[in-house]
Every structure is written in C-alpha cells, then in structure tokens.
Design a protein around this ligand. Structure first.
Ligand SMILES: [Fe+2]
Length: 308
C-alpha cells in the first residue's frame, strides 16, 4: 500500500530559480536563503521518496487566462519545463507517475472534488524551484512527480478549507493504491508578498510565523482564514499559502515538525520552509516505546517476585 511519509512546504520565488541558474547561490544575499535549505536537502536524501506530489500554481505558463482550472492534476508521463519569457529553465524534464496520478484522479473525483485532468502540461518555477531547493540540481530528478496545479492567480481561488479537505481526499487516494510507495507531498508558494499596487513589497513576518506555528499544531484554525484576511495580512500573492493546506490536509492531525526555516526577503518575498512528519514515524525512529516497555516489564517482574 502506498503511504504519505511526510509533507514539505516551501516558497517558490522565481528569483531563487534565477540565482540557481545563474550560479549565484554563494553570493552573500543568496547564501542566506540557500543555507536554510541544506538540512532540508539532507533530510530529503535520507527520505528517498518513491513519488512526490507537488502542489503549486501555474503563473500563466501552461494555462493562459483563457482557461484557468481550479485544480489540475498532471497525469502525463513527463512534464517539460515551461518557457516563462526567457527560455525554459535548465532543469531536467519532470517524469510523471501516470498510474498513481490516474488512481488519485479517480478516487478524488469520485469523492466529489472535480479535478481537471492534464495529459500534457508544462511546469513553471512554481514547481521547479521547490524541486531544486529540496533535491538540489541533479541531472535527473530522483523520483517521479505528480503535479497538482491550483488556481491562485485569477479570482476566485479555492478556499483554505476546500484545499485542506482536498488534501484529505488525496491521502485517502494514495492509501488505497496497492503498490508499496513512499510519497512526499509538497505545498508551495508564499509566504507573505505583494508584487504590485500601493502595497507592493509588503512582508508580514509576524503573520508568516504564526501561519507556520498553526500549520504544524493547529491547521484547522488556518482553514477558517478567509481570502480577504489572507490577502490583507500576507499580501495579494500571499493567497498562495492556501496550497500549503492541501499538503497539510494529507497528513495526520498531529504531526512532528522536523525542520523549519524562515528568512526575509528573497526578491520581494518572505521565504518559508517546513517539514512535517507523522508522529508515529518520528517515535519509531527514537525507539522509545520499546525501551519503555522493557523497563515496565522489569518493574512488573520485580513486583511479582516481591509478592511471592
Ligand atoms: Fe507563485
């Protein structure tokens, strides 16, 4: 049976991709950003997922404003990088997992989430930048990817609650897939930023940090945030953070926060990153229950001996 072994959230700032492509990652400005992802890359190298589901938004690359699906699932066998105006990024073509993707499409649609199925799709920085941040810059991406594009560019985007519930449906779909696969799910975008208008350059670190706290400990609180509140507090493009709730909905209610990183700014955006794992996984690693049981068994034997 397939299972979701962790959730990862990360900003997908296009300038981060440009810094990678132009080999500027060691420059002091960018070093501050990239150093925060070193531990994340180490964690991912150990996690070795069989498949990654990457929730992201398309920035008028694969979809123009003529057709804007609310949720679009990539069911193709590959997804080439899109030309975003200065040529496609020099990153590997993303290999898909059509079998699992089709299974998710069937399960989720029968659960009444009306996905658009994409059998041909290009992917932009919204997907490829988080891939770089978590997997580095290999010649081939280390695992197949199922892209899930969410509309957060043209009003109305889906609500935070709808995203959270879709995450739950995706988890149910993954767990009903018969092959043993370890799946990591990414939520991308954010954190606070606004790229145009009188509030251009807005960053709200207090809101971002509270969002990270709640994402870890009280995600249901975040599902009650309205679009208006999210945009007022985190900027017009801060609305991207609803995508993090799809990732969070796919995890247990209670999770272990494995890692967090936050820095301001990258380009004109607050950069946030978090890794969440099921508690049972973290506990298994520590082997505390077994040690506790041995000590309890020893105490019981002592009591029995004394009572004889
Ligand atoms: Fe974006």
């Amino acid at each position: 049976m397939a299972k979701i072994i962790a959730g990862v959230a990360s900003s997908h700032v296009p300038a981060i991709g440009a810094a990678i492509d132009n080999k500027q990652t060691e420059e002091p400005y960018w070093r501050r950003v990239f150093s925060g992802f070193e531990k994340a890359k180490e964690w991912m190298a150990k996690a070795k997922p069989d498949v990654a589901i990457v929730v992201y938004n398309d920035h008028a690359s694969a979809f123009s404003v003529e057709i804007v699906p609310t949720f679009a699932l990539g069911c193709a066998s590959e997804f080439p990088p899109a030309d975003e105006g200065w040529g496609p990024r020099p990153v590997p073509v993303v290999q898909g997992h059509p079998e699992l993707a089709s299974h998710i499409a069937q399960s989720v649609i029968l659960d009444e989430f009306d996905l658009t199925i994409c059998n041909k799709m290009q992917v932009d920085h919204g997907l490829t930048v988080p891939m770089n941040l978590l997997f580095g810059s290999p010649k081939q991406w280390p695992c197949p990817v199922i892209p899930l594009a969410v509309n957060v560019v043209l009003y109305p985007p889906p609500t935070a609650h709808r995203c959270y519930m879709l995450g739950k449906a995706i988890r149910k779909a993954v767990e009903s897939y018969p092959e043993d696969l370890n799946v990591v799910i990414f939520g991308t975008g954010g954190m606070s930023h606004q790229i145009s208008g009188p509030r251009a350059g807005l960053i709200n670190s207090k809101f971002d940090k509270a969002f990270l706290d709640n994402l870890s400990k009280d995600p249901k609180k975040l599902t009650r945030i309205s679009h208006l509140e999210l945009m007022r507090e985190a900027g017009a493009e801060g609305i991207e953070m609803v995508m993090w709730l799809i990732m969070r909905g796919a995890l247990d209610d209670k999770v272990e926060e494995t890692y967090r990183f936050y820095t301001v700014p990258a380009s004109n955006t607050a950069v946030g990153h978090i890794i969440l794992e099921p508690k049972r996984r973290a506990v298994t690693k520590g082997k505390r229950p077994a040690a506790k049981m041995k000590r309890a068994a020893a105490r019981t034997k002592t009591v029995i001996r004394r009572s004889k």
